[in-house]
Design a protein around this ligand. Structure first.
Ligand SMILES: *[C@@H]1O[C@H](CO)[C@@H](O)[C@H](O)[C@H]1NC(C)=O
Ligand SMILES: *[C@@H]1O[C@H](CO)[C@@H](O)[C@H](O)[C@H]1NC(C)=O
Ligand SMILES: *[C@@H]1O[C@H](CO)[C@@H](O)[C@H](O)[C@H]1NC(C)=O
Ligand SMILES: *[C@@H]1O[C@H](CO)[C@@H](O)[C@H](O)[C@H]1NC(C)=O
Length: 368
């Protein structure tokens, strides 16, 4: 009896370990170890490619139906029935509810607007399908595009943005500017103000080409680590270190540059590789600035229109504003920039800022 029971008694700890290991990895490991990076599968990649091809083909086919961004004057543009007024495509990239949907709705429909906005903008939402999102209504109703999983520190924030750009190019040839925002972004000015700024009459009358608003920097102290996040020299030969740039994830692009982004294969081949070094892995902060600075160095302002507060940032997250901080003064402060124009959007705001923001929406934020 003793001879038989000894080995089976010895087996018990081993068995316990064997049974508990999967339990550990299934329930506990995700909280202890960093989440496994999403690898973009071939079918997902092909699916995106076919969307980009469709959008590019649609764009060339509709070339003549596009509102010309370099019209001699807006008057002739408006009086000619066939031409359509240029629109702003708002691209919402989210992995949660759109906390500020009501504020944005007010932005789009405020009764103080001097222009009729309904045919001057479109909305597109990319929502991570793994997250359950409350049904969208009002101006957001039915605006979710076919979306795929997204994850921080992975190339999925690039691919979801490219999907939004392609969906918007495909949907309406009148989409002329493409503004990327997230669920924590708020507008800082009225729709009127933004629209008149982007489609500047003086610029139009001088026949000048329109610029994209995207931050492009080459002097960040972490740039070398970020460049090598996928392995030493992996970015070569497509991107040399002296071509590698950093900038804010949120931008406003012209249609020309939106097309540049969805046509790109060369840089994406490198940027889609998973990071070996998770601490230096922010592909979306490098892909867009590097690509546009390589392809059209003088076509962008190098400034973003989205204000973000990096003071005391924690773990790569900027300062998040909470309700006690919301005031008219905060809005005025956030608008001030170092360039010749004002900031148009700001992030990040906690969801409970909705109420205090709505209270100053008409009297402060959208008054201009
Ligand atoms: C960009 O602008 C600079 C200075 O204004 C000029 O020297 C350069 O040739 C321009 N580059 C391109 C590609 O147009
Ligand atoms: C930026 O955030 C810091 C706290 O991290 C805060 O003290 C400061 O007032 C903020 N600046 C602006 C302009 O809101
Ligand atoms: C403007 O530039 C100064 C000096 O580089 C910097 O300290 C400040 O934070 C900048 N302000 C804004 C609003 O970006
Ligand atoms: C319209 O703007 C005025 C100030 O210009 C403001 O007093 C008023 O509250 C605004 N009303 C609405 C409905 O937005």
């Amino acid at each position: 009896m003793v001879m038989i029971s000894t080995p089976s008694a010895a087996l018990i700890p081993t068995l316990t370990l064997l049974i508990s290991l999967p339990i550990f990895f299934y329930f506990l490991a995700p909280r202890i170890l960093p989440p496994r990076q999403i690898i973009i599968s071939n079918p997902e990649e092909l699916d995106d490619l076919s969307l980009f091809h469709k959008a590019i083909a649609m764009d060339s086919a509709n070339f003549s139906r596009r509102p010309h961004p370099r019209l001699p004057s807006v008057k002739s543009h408006l009086s000619s029935g066939k031409l359509r007024r240029p629109k702003i495509a708002f691209l919402f990239l989210t992995n949660s509810n759109l906390h500020f949907a009501l504020l944005w709705e007010r932005f789009f429909t405020s009764s103080n607007l001097t222009i009729k906005t309904h045919d001057l903008y479109n909305i597109y939402v990319h929502a991570d399908p793994v997250v359950k999102i409350d049904p969208l209504d009002g101006v957001f109703k039915g605006k979710i595009i076919p979306s795929k999983r997204t994850q921080r520190s992975s190339p999925t924030l690039i691919s979801s943005t490219r999907r939004l750009l392609a969906a918007a190019i495909l949907d309406d040839p009148a989409n002329t500017y493409f503004a990327l925002v997230s669920q924590t972004c708020i507008p800082l000015h009225s729709f009127n103000y933004l629209y008149s700024f982007l489609f500047d009459l003086r610029r139009m009358s001088r026949g000048l080409e329109f610029s994209s608003y995207i931050e492009i920097l080459d002097d960040d102290p972490n740039l070398w680590d970020r460049y090598n996040a996928r392995g030493d020299n992996v970015m070569l030969p497509e991107v040399h270190f002296n071509e590698f740039r950093v900038g804010s994830q949120f931008f406003v692009l012209t249609r020309k540059h939106a097309l540049t982004v969805i046509k790109d294969r060369k840089l994406w081949r490198k940027f889609k590789l998973p990071c070996l070094n998770q601490n230096s892995c922010y592909p979306e902060e490098h892909y867009f600035p590097s690509l546009l600075s390589m392809q059209d160095p003088n076509g962008t302002t190098h400034y973003t229109l989205t204000r973000v507060n990096w003071t005391d940032s924690v773990n790569g997250h900027p300062h998040t504003y909470h309700p006690p901080e919301v005031s008219p003064e905060l809005i005025y402060t956030l608008r001030k920039s170092n360039s010749s124009y004002s900031y148009m959007f700001a992030r990040k705001f906690s969801p409970d800022c909705l109420k205090p923001l709505m209270e100053i929406a008409d009297s402060v934020m959208f008054k201009d």
